[in-house]
Design a protein around this ligand. Structure first.
Ligand SMILES: C[S@@+](CC[C@H](N)C(=O)[O-])C[C@H]1O[C@@H](n2cnc3c(N)ncnc32)[C@H](O)[C@@H]1O
Length: 435
């Protein structure tokens, strides 16, 4: 590749920090109180706040499940988080809104006999997700909808309802016939083998997974989740929760509305340029949680999100980035990636990155630091060095210095192994530090 790699390899790639590898993925927060309430696969660890030496006022324009904001509250800092996904914004808001004593008591009281009460309520209306009956076994489906209705019936305040609703949303995958994997969801009635997927015998896999009492499986999962959440309530008593603000919207627009020089640090992990569509992998929670009620609404969210996947607004305007064009020119025009419109995705992705970096620069105090956790990707044998391009775009946005800090390797898909042989080292996750 011309220009880009030479420049970056010589000037911007800092020594690797494998000690930070555990902080750039969900496992870093999975077991921690409050963070553990909802498994957000794409999340990272709040420990990045101290590891990266962030300041008192932090912006996370792609806040997801609010990891950084919860961390900020626990450390007496202030934060603003933005996310276009209403599910993510909901999860963050609930975590950042401690319940008062009366609401905690009422949520705890819900645990008293909800199993028996479930049979007396009408199930919640089925959401319009076309595959709804495929993602839950019939008895599980019924129990899930009854639980949803019972939450609505029993909650006496919106805060209480949202707390219970988060517990309920959080167990959907556990009690479902699906799980999130790769770029979407997979079904439990098929098992992955080395040579592909094979069907699991009907009746048997359900018994293995849920036991004979499927309703009991749902009740036990909800009881365990709610008990865990209630046991974390004391952690809510420590922290400055009122200093955190969640904005549901497009980061590109919303950062433009924030005041100049109002943050000491920006830290974010955008979706990577890898075609993964969060609205596909989270579709069950989006529909069942009532965050979308039509396919038009779901499509609208896709179009408003970062151009990291093929459902995004790939035809919207792009800025001219010669380095990016040079990379695209190297992708085999006859490849599947090109037929799938990956070049438009790459152009859109880096145009969006250029915009967000400019806006982040604007809202930072002079000397403020912006850190971006990001992974590289590959198409048709061409590695997209996203970290290096972001470093370059950061300089274009007005930052004085840029460093790419590699933190861990990314696994290369089996079908890419030959094509990328010798260059696997570039398939990595990094923290790009702009100051
Ligand atoms: C890698 S995840 C961030 C996870 C987060 N750091 C956490 O710990 O939960 C990227 C997030 O960006 C969000 N996103 C995608 N496009 C966006 C946009 N245009 N504006 C704001 N958020 C967006 C996604 O919904 C997703 O939650």
């Amino acid at each position: 590749m011309t220009g880009l790699l030479e420049c970056v390899a010589g000037e911007m790639v800092a020594p690797a920090r494998p000690d930070l590898a555990g902080l750039v993925h969900w496992a870093g927060a999975a077991a921690q109180p409050i963070h553990r309430w909802f498994r957000y696969r794409e999340g990272f660890s709040p420990a990045l706040i101290t590891s990266l030496g962030l300041g008192r006022r932090i912006l996370d324009p792609f806040c997801g499940s609010g990891s950084i904001m919860v961390g900020a509250a626990q450390q007496g800092r202030a934060s603003v988080g933005i996310d276009v996904n209403p599910l993510a914004a909901f999860v963050s808001r609930v975590k950042l809104s401690p319940l008062g004593d009366a609401d905690v008591a009422a949520a705890a009281a819900f645990l008293g006999g909800f199993e028996a009460a479930a049979s007396g309520v009408e199930p919640w209306p089925e959401p319009g997700l076309r595959s709804a009956s495929k993602v839950f076994e019939p008895r599980i489906f019924d129990a899930v909808l009854r639980m949803r209705a019972l939450i609505e019936q029993r909650a006496t305040s919106a805060a209480q309802r949202d707390f219970l609703l988060l517990a309920w949303l959080s167990i959907l995958q556990e009690v479902g016939s699906y799980f999130k994997e790769g770029n979407g969801i997979k079904y439990r009635n098929r098992k992955r083998r080395k040579d592909g997927y094979v069907a699991r015998p009907d009746g048997q896999w359900q018994l293995e997974r849920f036991g004979a009492d499927q309703e009991g499986f749902v009740f036990a999962a909800l009881r365990a989740k709610l008990t865990e959440m209630l046991s974390d309530v004391p952690a809510w008593q420590r922290g400055t929760w009122s200093g955190q603000r969640v904005i549901e919207g497009d980061a590109l627009e919303e950062t433009g509305r924030l005041c100049t020089g109002s943050f000491d640090s920006v830290l974010f992990s955008p979706p990577y340029a890898n075609r993964f569509d969060y609205f596909e992998s989270q579709k069950v929670e989006l529909w069942f949680g009532g965050f979308v009620d039509s396919y038009e609404a779901l499509g609208g969210l896709r179009k408003r999100s970062l151009r990291s996947h093929l459902g995004a607004a790939l035809d919207s305007a792009v800025v001219d980035l010669p380095d990016v064009e040079a990379l695209i020119a190297r992708i085999d025009p006859a490849s599947y990636a090109v037929r799938m419109r990956v070049p438009a995705l790459i152009r859109g992705y880096f145009s969006d990155m250029a915009t967000i970096l400019r806006r982040c620069r604007h809202v930072l105090v002079p000397g403020g630091q912006c850190c971006v956790v990001v992974g590289n990707s590959a198409y048709g044998g061409v590695i997209i060095p996203t970290d290096q391009i972001i470093a370059r775009l950061g300089l274009d946005a007005g930052f004085g210095e840029a460093a790419v800090v590699p933190v861990r390797h990314l696994t290369v898909a089996p079908q890419q192994r030959n094509e990328l042989a010798g260059r696997e080292g570039l398939m990595r996750e990094s923290i790009v530090v702009l100051s």
